[in-house]
Design a protein around this ligand. Structure first.
Ligand code: GLA
Length: 382
């Protein structure tokens, strides 16, 4: 549907038919905030995506129309800079990375839109970056390998959007595979696709509708706190490069060197890495209940030790704890709002939604949103 809309708006606006590419949003089953600590994550691409229509023009400008914002944006390819808070920043960020790597981006026209809710923690910005990067690569025959595309998209986020994100979102968007999750080692970028077909369960996202304005600065702050832990540990063992190389024993030995906050951040990351590894064994053994328990463990750590949850997210996770038909629940993504991810018996999804809606509304005065998602392929041509 969105694809048809983009095709027709493109035709109306630029008078020709575009090349159409798409890149999905992502979920993450377990392994949160571990990516920028050289650790493990378990994301998957989903059936919500960003679609980009593109064609070359004869000028030296990027001329872009956003369907969702119903706005135009034009920039000169030889002179541009980030526009904080504006969607054009993500597109310019990717162009800047390509140019820096020596790819001659020429004038292009673009129309884009999608159905990934913004600010819900489903990585709409990564999906946009990856879709734009892929579209430019196809249009101008750059033949950029997937790994490089992922890196350029991540760098766009660092340099232009100012968020020191890890690699999980862009990796999942590009490398997603239908009915599979990805277990990714964020240091080596080794990965494995694990089949995840759930005959009796749904993956249900519950969106708090909370968008925390401090999320970006708190995110960068967490990164620095983790780094402090690593620096303290390096005094004992210079081979330690990241929290990935630490265990709770090493952490205990630097406890007196670091603040309680830094200690807690490190403890969470070390435990979360362990949880992802155990969770993938559980998945291999088809032990969904065990897997669900790890999800609750992850949330507990994110909330109490890493402190990136919020009342609304905690409420949603607590609500499901004693329900036998919910296997696991936790906050997902950067935190401070966005969604929880839940594994719920299919037949109970409608009643759960109703119960949560009533309880959440009466506590917070807001209606949460619900998305049942399926796992899909990553970036490609439409
Ligand atoms: C955001 C970042 C990711 C990752 C998650 C938390 O989505 O973009 O790199 O750090 O938060 O796991």
């Amino acid at each position: 549907m969105i694809t048809e809309k983009i095709r027709s708006v493109f035709l109306q606006t630029f008078g020709e038919s575009p090349l159409l590419c798409h890149s999905p949003g992502r979920i993450n089953l377990i392994g949160e905030h571990t990516d920028y600590n050289g650790g493990y994550v378990m994301p998957a691409a989903i059936d919500k995506k960003m679609v980009v229509g593109i064609a070359s023009n004869d000028g030296n400008q990027g001329r872009i129309h956003s369907i969702d914002f119903d706005e135009d944006f034009t920039f000169d390819l030889s002179s541009f800079s980030p526009k904080k808070g504006h969607w054009g920043t993500y597109i310019m960020g990717v162009v800047a990375q390509f140019q820096q790597a020596g790819y001659p981006v020429k004038g292009f026209d673009m129309v884009f839109g999608g159905d990934i809710p913004v600010g819900a923690g489903l990585s709409s910005s990564a999906a946009l970056e990856c879709a734009v990067g892929f579209a430019l690569s196809e249009l101008f025959h750059f033949e950029i390998p997937q790994r490089s595309l992922i890196h350029y998209a991540q760098k766009a986020e660092h340099v232009f959007a100012g968020v020191q994100c890890g690699i999980m979102d862009q990796f999942a968007s590009v490398m997603g595979k239908k009915d599979h999750v990805i277990r990714l080692d964020c240091r080596s970028l080794d990965y494995r696709h694990f089949p995840l077909v759930l005959p009796h369960h749904s993956i249900l996202l519950i969106d708090t509708q909370v968008k925390h304005s401090l999320a970006d600065s708190a995110y960068n702050q967490r990164r620095l706190e983790c780094q402090e832990g690593v620096i303290a540990a390096q005094k004992i063992n210079p081979e330690i490069q990241s929290l990935r190389d630490m265990d709770l024993g090493i952490l205990a030995s630097i406890q007196h060197e670091v603040s309680d906050i830094v200690f807690n951040r490190c403890k969470y990351i070390i435990e979360e890495n362990e949880r992802v590894l155990t969770a993938s064994t559980l998945l291999d053994n088809n032990d969904l209940e065990g897997f669900g328990e790890k999800m609750y463990g992850s949330h507990e750590g994110l909330s109490k030790l890493y402190e990136v949850s919020c009342d609304e997210l905690d409420f949603l996770v607590d609500f499901t704890k004693d329900l036998p038909y919910v296997l696991g629940s936790r906050m997902m993504g950067g935190g401070f709002g966005g969604c929880t991810i839940n594994i719920v018996e299919k037949e109970n999804v409608p009643s759960l939604q109703q119960e949560i809606e009533t309880a959440f509304e009466s506590k917070f005065g807001v209606n949460p949103k619900f998305y049942e998602v399926s796992l899909e392929d990553g970036t490609g041509l439409v």
